[in-house]
Design a protein around this ligand. Structure first.
Ligand SMILES: [Fe+2]
Ligand SMILES: [Fe+2]
Length: 181
């Protein structure tokens, strides 16, 4: 079950990576819609990690605490950069340049999670805790299905658009509610 939770997050990382590639190669007119889909995907993904994964990482001794703090710092940094990106016109060259830097940071963050955090969580937790993590992710999947996005028009969850900070707030409400069920 715990492994399922990690697979769920890995599946989302792949989706994020795919969207980033699409944005880089899309026509300028198509970038806005794809960028909105990426913002929505990231809001759900980072919130699921914050609410479900991070408490487990923090409970994995001193190493877990340090790894959790590093990942949270990276996520906060990405939120800042994303807020700046949102002020730019997605059709502009400036956007594409700035987006390249943002995308590199997001992918580096995902790699750090995959290489440091996920293996630690799998190694350091007993079956009962991992099973709890797995069932929490099943609930999150109901809010944000991992494999449902054949086109830019069907985002995994419809949070309605707005600044990233408000997407995060809505994702937090939706996921918290799902976790209480
Ligand atoms: Fe993350
Ligand atoms: Fe992640």
């Amino acid at each position: 079950m715990g492994q399922d939770a990690i697979e769920f997050l890995l599946g989302q990382h792949q989706q994020v990576e795919r969207l980033i590639d699409q944005i880089k190669t899309a026509s300028p007119e198509s970038r806005r819609e794809l960028f909105d889909e990426l913002r929505e995907m990231l809001a759900v993904h980072e919130t699921a990690e914050e609410l479900v994964l991070r408490p487990v990482t923090k409970a994995s001794g001193e190493t877990g605490k340090r790894i959790a703090e590093q990942r949270i710092a990276e996520e906060n940094e990405a939120k800042q950069v994303l807020a700046d990106l949102e002020k730019l016109d997605p059709e502009s060259e400036t956007f594409l340049t700035e987006f390249g830097g943002f995308a590199a940071d997001v992918l580096k963050h995902a790699t750090n999670e995959e290489q440091q955090e996920f293996p630690l969580v799998c190694r350091e937790n007993d079956a009962a805790r991992l099973s709890k993590l797995g069932s929490a992710m099943v609930k999150v999947e109901k809010v944000a299905p991992t494999h449902a996005h054949p086109s830019a028009k069907s985002a995994p969850v419809t949070l309605a658009m707005g600044p990233f900070a408000s997407l995060i707030d809505r994702a937090r409400d939706a996921i918290s509610a799902a976790l209480k069920d």
